[in-house]
Write a protein that binds this ligand. Structure first.
Ligand SMILES: [Zn+2]
Length: 241
């Protein structure tokens, strides 16, 4: 027999379920085009908060970067590097997944900066590991790919390891934010963006949210350098010994 006491009991259980389970599950979800590794998978619903993560390099990532973007050396080891997962707004106004490798000392703040860029809907076309481009920076830049770690020399300075080689530099939307030194423009396809027209999507100027967020955390912007302009480049000068 169902009496009023039982109905009350069932109602309380149902209300409790709705409050604790149902609401939070749907509140933070967002649709994304899942395209890690350059392959467009099915549209997927993901939790926005849980999609921003960082930690030591997973085994599958170590397998990808070893002998590609990371090689045996005495300056930076694989356990100095962290894997950062983010969401970002693409040039198509959709949410995409992104992945970065940075030094473990800056991983947390890089993740926070990208979370704020996502909240502010700053457009970033792609964020893929440079190993997807066989560690070829020209290919990555021409594809407008945002990336951080790559064990390589400074552009134009043989024998000197770049800040990217330590995972403390990030290049953002490099095609439309090229490197310019005299006649040298990298990527060369970025030539039409050397005039810094603020109306271009994903372009970085001193008024950009991306500039403000990196500056707040003590990063330097290559667009402010005197001898050359590296509009895509942010770096943090920290001791990594
Ligand atoms: Zn750079």
């Amino acid at each position: 027999m169902i009496n009023s006491k039982m109905i009350l009991h069932i109602s309380i259980v149902m209300i409790f379920f709705l409050l604790t389970k149902a609401t939070p599950i749907y509140k933070n979800k967002v649709k994304i085009d899942h395209e890690i590794e350059g392959i467009l998978h099915e549209k997927k619903e993901v939790d926005q908060e849980e999609s921003f993560r960082c930690g030591p390099l997973p085994k599958r990532i170590i397998k990808k970067v070893k002998e590609v973007s990371w090689k045996e050396n005495d300056k930076i080891q694989l356990n100095d590097l962290y894997y950062v997962e983010v969401l970002h707004w693409g040039f198509d106004y959709k949410v995409h997944r992104g992945e970065l490798i940075v030094h473990r000392k800056v991983a947390e703040e890089v993740m926070e900066i990208f979370k704020k860029l996502y909240d502010k809907k700053f457009e970033i076309e792609k964020i893929r590991l440079i190993s997807e481009y066989n560690a070829n920076d020209n290919l990555s830049m021409a594809d407008n790919n945002t990336s951080a770690f790559c064990y390589r020399e400074i552009t134009g300075k043989k024998g000197m390891i770049s800040k990217h080689g330590y995972g403390i530099a990030i290049d953002i939307n490099p095609l439309i934010n090229p490197y310019v030194k005299g006649d040298v423009i990298l990527p060369k396809e970025g030539k039409k963006y050397i005039q810094r027209d603020k109306k271009v999507k994903g372009l970085i100027t001193k008024d950009s949210i991306v500039y403000k967020l990196f500056k707040e955390k003590g990063w330097t912007w290559g667009g402010e350098w005197k001898t050359l302009k590296d509009y895509q480049h942010f770096q943090k000068n920290i001791s990594i010994e």
